[in-house]
Design a protein around this ligand. Sequence first.
Ligand code: ATP
Ligand code: MG
Length: 358
Amino acid sequence: MTTTYRLGLLLGDGIGPEIVPVAARALDAGLRAAGAPAVDWIELPLGREAIDTHGRPVPEETLETLKDVDGWLLGPHDSVSYPAPFNAGLNPSGTIRKHFDLFANIRPAKAIAGSSSLNQATDLVIVRENTEGFYADRNTFAGTGEMMPTPDVAIMHGIITRAATERIAHEAFRLAMTRDKHVTIVHKANVLQLTTGLFRDVCREIAAQYPEVRLDDFHIDAATVHLLRRAQEFDVIVTENMFGDILSDLTGEIAGSLGIAPSINSSDQHAMAQASHGSAPDIAGQGKANPIAMILSSTMLLRWLAGKHDDPTLLQAADFVDDAVNRTVAAGTVTPDMGGTATTTSFGDAVVSALDPS
Ligand code: ATP
Ligand code: MG
């Protein structure tokens, strides 16, 4: 297998330009160590910088190029700080998710040995439906999920469709087949009976196609309690957009911290690696940012690519990089959010030398 993969590099705002290059370097080193072909990195304008250079945060040519690459790394965005009108509406990440219909937001929560976590045995994945539910900026229904008929009344509506639920359910069950074969549906069908009830019922229907997978379900409120008490008993959690957003912050924190929580957003054609955290403007430019979430998001992208192209060298590279991160943390090299003194760059250097001892 000698394909050269082309990956987009979108640095983002705040700590993005610090953590994204570290993740790219770690990937390069992992690919070298695995004897996999090198990646062609294509840096593209997006976010604050693109407003200055291209007059808008999401230039058309960036979207055009992303259409043809094999995947991309996306740094976080701080769109509320953009000049008007770019500070309102969909942020760059939301625009890209919507443009490419990246319907599956996969958010693993796995404790790293040697890091502080609430539950060291946590090893689960949230599979969050990314295109509908109760979030205004992603709803397809009437283009928005919120309206104000008078200045004193605000209305929110949500949408759940069979089609979107079926595709996210398949994603969850397929993932569970590669793990502990256990899927938990999270909903609120006792109150939001029609919407989250449909979500639950369609997931149950799809479950019939995966008879080896053990299935259970919880209301969202009960799920938070069970996760806090016994996160180690969960494997794959499938849920709608807003519940997934909230639950994945909880599980990220149970597993360690925001700075280590990775994610990818994917469809069948495209995938985007994106740390779960934001642009952290409070620590930007100080070399304090933890690059782990961005690095682990990038190895998730490699695994997605490995599956798509049936290329085992990519899987090997991803395993090498994850292992190098674990060894670096175990050796006590961690950034200040994890109680250490490493900088973003020195952490990255340590990971690269763990992969590349020469
Ligand atoms: P957004 O709405 O963009 O998600 P947010 O309000 O959730 O933003 P974050 O940018 O995620 O906020 O930051 C929350 C806190 O976590 C901040 O104090 C920030 O410094 C810290 N933080 C976030 N990411 C990291 C990281 N990679 N390394 C260290 N600290 C981080
Ligand atoms: Mg946030």
